[in-house]
Design a protein around this ligand. Sequence first.
Ligand SMILES: NC(=O)c1ccc[n+]([C@@H]2O[C@H](COP(=O)([O-])OP(=O)(O)OC[C@H]3O[C@@H](n4cnc5c(N)ncnc54)[C@H](OP(=O)(O)O)[C@@H]3O)[C@@H](O)[C@H]2O)c1
Length: 270
Amino acid sequence: MSTALVTGAAGVLCSALVEALLEEGHRVALLGRTESKLVELQKALAAKGLTETLVVAADVLDRSSLEAARAKIEASFGPVDILVNGAGGNSPKATAQAETYTAETAKEKSFFGVDLQAYGEVFDLNLKGTLLPCQVFGDGMAERRRGTIVNLSSMSADRPLTKVIAYSNAKAAVDSLTQWLAVHLAPRGIRVNAIAPGFFLTEQNRFLLTTTEGGLTPRGDKILRNTPFSRFGEAKELKTALKFLVHPDSSFVNGVILPVDGGFSAFAGV
Ligand SMILES: NC(=O)c1ccc[n+]([C@@H]2O[C@H](COP(=O)([O-])OP(=O)(O)OC[C@H]3O[C@@H](n4cnc5c(N)ncnc54)[C@H](OP(=O)(O)O)[C@@H]3O)[C@@H](O)[C@H]2O)c1
């Protein structure tokens, strides 16, 4: 049994990842900024008989808050051996409303209207919000020569999706960080990998993919036409990918970005 930490634990995808770690017999620290959401998750897990959890309210963008989290986790569960960097997401303000810039496109709906502050917030949450926990928790792993890190990438990392500029740029940087750190920490036996989820309906993308009436937007429809399984993923379909990446028998798997996407990244669209 190891101690795991999941940032953004109360998230739609991340709560399934928490469940996966508990099913494998790990103790899991649940980290996010809103304590009440974490307590709610803790209760829901306990109702399923999954009780080895610890609620830790902290901000992934604040080093001192992460250091306080580390002290709390170590006091109750011991040092973190598995770090899952799940906190991340997009914001409508950091999104260009137009896919491409044609003669008819209003400038404010194009790249030229993207709000730089909103861009920075999304970029920081996804990149620095992954990098900082790697520093705060990876340090101990490297010292102990024991531990593994799993970051959350996206289909937007490899080939950027239209509109979501800040998110795409940041997730590409998360892939780069994953590979960079996999090499850097290899002499210490620390593996660093990422999961790249395909399209799962969640709060961060619902406004882009579905209409208020519950139908598909043209973008949602386009995504399903480019997903060979012709459906959105379900959060529980990420669980085995995480179990695989953190398993001690995956000891030679390092620096990979594992897509879980119903074939989206394999399909050329023709
Ligand atoms: N949903 C998808 O289809 C999809 C696809 C590809 C990749 N992903 C990626 O997968 C990861 C998990 O997604 P998800 O759907 O579980 O996310 P989610 O439902 O949007 O939840 C994100 C969680 O992160 C927490 N969070 C946000 N900012 C934080 C901060 N500064 N410090 C600590 N916690 C913070 C939020 O809680 P608080 O606000 O309380 O802090 C929230 O519980 C994200 O990195 C996302 O980008 C998602």
